[in-house]
Design a protein around this ligand. Structure first.
Ligand SMILES: [Zn+2]
Ligand SMILES: [Zn+2]
Length: 269
């Protein structure tokens, strides 16, 4: 049973198409389940829309939820539509975010670290000032420490693109630190689920997040897995699902998961 839990649409300001377009693309692609998971608004900001072009306005959030729920009804029997959100993880605001999410009937919440020390993870300039090996490793450790905190918060059903920091710095994989394995252990201890996110091809690193090497370690520690294309255009829905499935089986995973009403649903690989 084919599923994809990570999709965006026009509300965030940098994706194309409506929610309906993604659902239609999913039906066309033979999916049984499609999760809608647009970027969370900046709930801690004073402004209604803190960063247009990155995330929807706070005032748009209720209508986002309503749209997904209405489409879920409309498409019942054709495809299962799930209500999700890709949430930012800001440790200093986690109680605020948790309180907002409790108000809505989410099927799942993806928790993603998008900022490290106030700088976006896909900001190329971050690497310009980091020449020394120890500085690069420290940056990597800061990022994975945030991922650990996101797992420990237990706010999220799925952790999003957990090694995306290498997006515009592919050589980051060669800077080794025990913090990566430590992070996978923490995720396993918190019964965390990570997504295999196939949007890496749009960045310099190519391929998927996390890397195959990290997936092997994740399997070793007993971390559970899910799937997300991170589509920002409808044509990418379910992108590389079959390839990911084959790779996961090769590595030794036996199942993967989607979420319904915040409960994991196991799908055999
Ligand atoms: Zn996006
Ligand atoms: Zn993301």
């Amino acid at each position: 049973m084919k599923f994809d839990l990570h999709t965006h649409h026009f509300r965030c300001g940098h994706a194309e198409g409506s929610i309906r377009d993604y659902i239609e693309a999913a039906i066309k692609g033979g999916l049984g389940v499609i999760g809608i998971s647009d970027h969370s608004p900046y709930f801690a900001s004073e402004e209604d829309q803190f960063k247009p072009g990155i995330a929807m306005a706070k005032s748009e959030f209720p209508s986002y939820i309503q749209d997904v729920l209405a489409l879920r009804e409309e498409y019942a029997g054709k495809i299962e539509v799930l209500l999700g959100v890709e949430s930012d993880f800001f440790p200093e605001h986690k109680e605020l975010y948790r309180a907002v999410y409790q108000k809505y009937p989410f099927d799942y919440i993806i928790g993603s670290v998008h900022m490290v020390k106030g700088v976006g993870i896909f900001e190329r300039s971050r690497w310009d000032n980091l020449q020394k090996e120890e500085d690069i490793i420290r940056e990597k450790e800061e990022y994975f420490t945030l991922i650990q905190q996101s797992a420990k918060s237990r706010m999220f059903d799925i952790l999003g693109h957990i090694d995306a920091l290498r997006g515009y710095f592919p050589q980051l994989s060669e800077y080794h630190t025990p913090v990566v394995d430590q992070t996978l252990k923490v995720i396993a201890d918190c019964s965390g689920v990570i997504e295999i996110n196939t949007s890496g091809k749009g960045k310099d690193c190519g391929g998927w997040y996390p890397s195959d090497e990290m997936l092997e370690r994740a399997c070793f520690y007993g971390v559970k897995v899910s799937f997300g294309s991170d589509s920002h255009v409808p044509s990418r829905v379910g992108d590389e699902w079959e390839n990911v499935r084959t790779k996961l089986k090769e590595i030794g995973f036996k199942q993967w998961y989607f979420f319904r009403r915040r409960q994991p649903v196991r799908v055999r690989l």
